[in-house]
Design a binder for this molecule. Structure first.
Ligand SMILES: Nc1ncnc2c1ncn2[C@@H]1O[C@H](COP(=O)(O)OP(=O)(O)OP(=O)(O)O)[C@@H](O)[C@H]1O
Ligand SMILES: CC(=O)N[C@H]1[C@@H]2OC[C@@H](O2)[C@@H](O)[C@@H]1O[C@H](C)C(=O)O
Length: 361
């Protein structure tokens, strides 16, 4: 570190459980952000299976605690995260690592959110300070614990001017609205790719609907979609956040493979349309990040249903695949600088809140 600038690594393994994203940035935790490197390491199918088993067990648990299956998965992914950092740094130094961990259950209404991964162990293994458990302080203070990325969206957008809307289409979707005065409004919009992934996995053993080709060959069943979108959660105002498992495939279970994919993809677009009603103003365009921006059918349906042009964040020079990992690097530096990462407008926390636990090496 020199003159308030940190070399920070960020590690994210999102709700789609596709693997680990690792990014290296130089930042002061405020407006200076310089990307230095990025890599993705896919999870092996066996790891993903262990994570799915952990999620199933976590769903049945009243409070996070020791569990042999979950603890083993946590140790396995911690070792994989250490490998990812070594591959990213290739021996170069870093001042801090922001370690999100794998969300296996998210229950802010019960006062907890659970990201597995051993922050202390990672710091020991790497010999670099690690900031982990970034969501719990927010939940303990009465926030939703998510979304956290808005503070990083604000840093990136500072050069753009004007209201900006950033839509993340990951396993779960979320939107950040940055007003002209830099005020942030953010919330989860609904399942983005999670249900589509679950559908194609269950029917054909596929990890996702590549390019949206399956959805493009099916027909949207509007009455089924209306039933799915009619639940109170979508009409409820923010703050709000979602567990990956909050919605099921029940409503589409009688549809053909292609029609199910089409209906679920349209449902994701519809949830974004419903979310826009909760923003203080209608954005002129949607800057789309997350893996869903690679789904051409979803992008087309999004623009059609919202009536707003939807462009990948690359249109403004951001790195869509790296953004979440970069964001957790940025948040780790903010933790070291005692700067807040969540706000009343983003998670509903009563006051701006510093998040994360620092594990020294
Ligand atoms: N080429 C593609 N075509 C269609 N869908 C894709 C493509 N590439 C990625 N996706 C979708 O994007 C998902 C991964 O997105 P992303 O990596 O942003 O999610 P995540 O970070 O795990 O989730 P979250 O943001 O909810 O934590 C995949 O599971 C898949 O559904
Ligand atoms: C509890 C949890 O892990 N939530 C994730 C998830 O994936 C997308 C959406 O739901 C978002 O709220 C959050 O992740 C991003 C990185 C965030 O906090 O901004």
């Amino acid at each position: 570190m020199s003159s308030g600038l940190y070399r920070a690594v960020g590690l994210m393994s999102g709700t789609s459980m596709d693997g680990i994203d690792a990014a290296l940035i130089e930042t002061d935790g405020e407006s200076h952000v310089r990307p230095l490197g990025f890599l993705s390491v896919p999870y092996a199918d066996t790891t993903r299976e262990k994570l799915r088993a952990s999620i199933e067990r976590a769903l049945a648990i009243e409070m996070p605690g020791a569990d042999p299956v979950i603890d083993a998965a946590a140790q396995e992914i911690t070792a994989l995260h250490a490998d990812a950092v070594r591959a990213l740094l290739k021996g170069a130094p870093a001042d801090v690592v922001g370690f999100h961990g794998q969300t296996i259950a998210h229950r802010p209404e019960r006062g907890w959110t659970w990201q597995i991964g051993d922050g202390a162990g990672l710091a020991q293994t790497l010999g670099i300070p690690v900031v982990a458990d970034l969501r719990s302080a927010d939940v303990a203070a009465g926030g939703q614990g998510a979304p956290l990325l808005p503070v990083y969206h604000r840093a990136l957008a500072s050069g753009l001017g004007g209201p900006v809307a950033v839509l993340n289409l990951g396993g779960v979707g979320n939107i950040t609205f940055l007003g002209a005065d830099d005020a942030m409004i953010a919330f989860d919009t609904g399942p983005a790719n999670a249900l589509i992934d679950d559908w194609v996995l269950a029917a054909r053993g596929l990890s996702h609907d590549a390019g949206g080709a399956i959805a493009a060959s099916g027909v949207v069943h509007e009455e089924v979609l209306a039933r799915m979108a009619g639940v109170d959660w979508f009409a409820a105002p923010p703050p709000k956040s979602l567990d990956r498992q909050a919605f099921s495939l029940n409503a589409v279970s009688g549809l053909s493979f292609e029609d199910g994919a089409a209906t679920l993809t349209a449902f994701t677009a519809e949830t974004v349309r419903l979310g826009l009603d909760h923003l203080p103003a209608r954005p002129a365009r949607l800057l789309v990040t997350g893996g869903g921006r690679h789904n051409a059918t979803l992008m087309r349906m999004l623009a059609a249903r919202t009536g707003i042009p939807a462009d990948p964040v690359e249109a403004v020079g951001w790195r869509g695949d790296a953004m979440e990992a970069e964001g957790f690097a940025y948040m780790a530096v903010r933790r070291l600088c005692d700067l807040p990462i969540s706000f009343p407008g983003t998670t509903g926390v009563p006051a701006p809140t510093v998040g994360g636990i620092v594990f020294r090496s």
